[in-house]
Design a protein around this ligand. Structure first.
Ligand SMILES: Cc1cc2nc3c(=O)[nH]c(=O)nc-3n(C[C@H](O)[C@H](O)[C@H](O)COP(=O)(O)OP(=O)(O)OC[C@H]3O[C@@H](n4cnc5c(N)ncnc54)[C@H](O)[C@@H]3O)c2cc1C
Length: 560
């Protein structure tokens, strides 16, 4: 058995920030199923929002975020996010982040969707990459123990308190128990539940599903963000930075169609608004080949594209065969971000004692029904820092929780028999076949536009997929680097989450932010200005509603 006072699960921005802060006062280790610097955070291009500009203010950032969330974000949490933003950006700078600068030497900022001011701090279009590497250097410098390519498989809970984890070391093919006083989940989102997604293969929602199985409350899972501009076909993200730097969206007639949907903000309206507009254009016959529209940067000039958007340019050349400085890019919307997650307070505390969560796995909730570009990277560092702080406090003040031999033996035995290949296995079925049906179903029936009958059908079909999954035999057993075995586990996590997302979407009979019901096209504050909470019961998910924290801004109609 291994022992660490604080165990951080996840080596992305939220996890590394939490580990650094906690390590000032406690013994900390980071467990990560992929090497930390390969985390999805490293793919982020656009930037981190913070009200640093002379004309900008924390107040304006708060308001934009509340409005962007379609009034479902908790305003106390949004206040924390926006007020701690400027300080965290400077802290990152002191750690060595090479932010892009203005000619006067100040941190440069660009416009992203739904923001009243240029507010996103960036490093060209490698923003996530440079911050991830800077934090990783600091983690190495402090000598924080890392368990790379170790998968969390279960939270060990005794008397309602998390006392450690069971993890699987992929290289040695061994299960290990790690005891700790506080476990911080920083495992990111579940984008791979959808066939069309910008997310990395590793984004399979493990932490959310494992916390849910252990009894933690998830919230607002029906809210899934679709990013308007991904390369047609591969769904590789073309950052909002491309529109922030002045890119236009055009339909088949060459028209900047956003004028009909968001006449003021145009291309820089929030993502839910732009994604729906693109789908509508395509559906009404103004797309190309009935499939995509154009994102046009040709008027920006080659020098600006090369300086500010080098990665966008490289991706478009490599994956769409188009140089965006010279020709428009073919783009379509795809799943991008998990708004819902493990319910936490503003210090990362979940409904289970000893379990904290931060970053995309958590729902604190600062994004409500729709996240603004640049607010997620900010959330990882602001709330990662807070979770690290609180976990270290727990480590100092609290005694070691009980972890009995019986709990360990039960977890160990059930997992070793499962991983070694339980049951007969159905020969003609496979993890891959189930994953393919599940992800297509989610994209086609639980996507940008939703309707009751299709959601109901999705719920029934997901239940059947789950039954098929239960009959599968774990592939190949416990051998070093058995990725097929990990795929199998990940599809199991995703199936649990898909059930919760689809049922939550069916339940919410209104349209708000990213959740758009064709059969209930209006926002319904009377009945649905509330969070959705879900807990795992004996017979599947048990849903309830809870109040939204409204401090300063009463809900208004949301126009752009
Ligand atoms: C292409 C792309 C571009 C983006 N651009 C922006 C942007 O410009 N601005 C913005 O604000 N947001 C952006 N986002 C969103 C933002 O990048 C993410 O929400 C954020 O980086 C998530 O960070 P995280 O630390 O929560 O999780 P991740 O960075 O996803 O890290 C998750 C970690 O958890 C570990 N893990 C997962 N499961 C397990 C397990 N079972 N056991 C052990 N470890 C596990 C993984 O190894 C990984 O280290 C973008 C997202 C994408 C996909």
């Amino acid at each position: 058995m291994l022992i660490h006072e604080v165990l951080v699960v996840g080596g992305g921005l939220a996890g590394l920030m939490a580990a650094l802060v906690a390590s000032q006062k406690a013994d900390v280790a980071v467990l990560s199923k992929i090497y930390p610097t390969r985390s999805h955070s490293g793919a982020a291009q656009g930037g981190f929002n913070a009200a640093l500009g002379e004309d900008d203010s924390v107040e304006a950032h708060i308001f934009d975020t509340v409005k962007g969330s379609d009034y479902l974000g908790d305003q106390d949490a949004i206040e924390v996010l926006c007020s701690e933003g400027p300080e965290v950006i400077l802290e990152l700078e002191r750690m060595g982040v090479p932010w892009t600068r203005t000619p006067e030497g100040r941190v440069a900022q660009r416009s992203l969707g739904g923001a009243g001011f240029p507010r996103a701090c960036f490093a060209a279009d490698f923003s996530g990459h440079v911050v991830l590497h800077t934090l990783f250097e600091q983690v190495l410098r402090r000598g924080i123990k890392i368990y790379p390519e170790w998968h969390l498989v279960e939270l060990l809970v005794e008397d309602g308190q998390v006392a450690g984890v069971l993890a699987y070391d992929l290289a040695r093919a061994r299960l290990e128990v790690i005891r700790s006083k506080a476990v911080i989940l920083a495992t990111g989102g579940y984008g791979r539940a959808f066939a069309k997604t910008t997310n990395a293969h590793a984004n399979t929602g493990d932490g959310m599903a494992i916390a849910y199985r252990a009894g933690a409350v998830l919230s607002d899972m029906e809210f899934v963000q679709f990013h308007p501009t991904t390369l047609y076909g591969t769904n590789i993200l073309i950052s909002e930075a491309a529109r922030g730097e002045g890119g236009y969206l055009r339909n088949y007639d060459g028209e900047r169609f956003m004028v009909h949907y968001a006449p003021q903000k145009m291309e820089l309206a929030p993502r839910d608004v732009v994604s729906r507009a693109i789908f509508k254009e395509i559906k009404e016959g103004r797309g190309f080949e009935g499939q995509y529209v154009h994102l046009d940067l040709t008027h920006l000039g080659e020098a600006l594209v090369a300086e500010r958007l080098p990665q966008v340019r490289d991706l478009a050349i490599r994956y769409a065969g188009v140089d965006p400085a010279r020709a428009p890019m073919p783009i379509e919307p795809a799943q991008h971000y998990s708004m819902g997650g493990v319910r936490t307070d503003v210090w990362g505390m979940t409904s289970l004692t000893g379990l904290l969560a931060a970053g995309e796995v958590a729902n604190v909730s600062v994004h409500g029904a729709n996240r603004l570009g640049g607010n997620s990277l900010l959330e990882t560092v602001v709330f990662g820092r807070r979770a690290g702080h609180r976990a270290a406090q727990l480590a100092r003040q609290e005694p070691w929780p009980t972890l009995s031999a019986a709990t360990i033996t039960r977890a160990y035995e059930s997992w070793s028999s499962l991983l070694a290949g339980r049951g007969q296995g159905v020969q003609e079925d496979s993890t891959f076949a189930i994953r393919q049906e599940m992800t297509n179903l989610m994209t086609n029936q639980v996507g940008v536009f939703r309707v009751g009958s299709e959601l109901e059908d999705a719920v029934n079909r997901l239940a059947k997929l789950k039954e098929r999954y239960q009959r599968l035999k774990a592939p190949g057993g416990m051998q070093p680097f058995n990725y097929a075995l990990m795929d199998y586990l990940e599809v199991g996590y995703l199936l649990d989450l898909c059930e919760v997302i689809a049922r939550g979407a069916l339940r919410r009979t209104e349209s708000r932010g990213a959740h758009y019901r064709l059969d209930y096209p209006q926002r319904d504050d009377q009945n649905w200005l509330c969070h959705t909470f879900v807990r795992r019961g004996e017979d599947g998910p048990e849903f309830s509603n809870g109040p939204v924290k409204i401090t300063r801004y009463a809900p208004q109609e949301r126009g752009y």
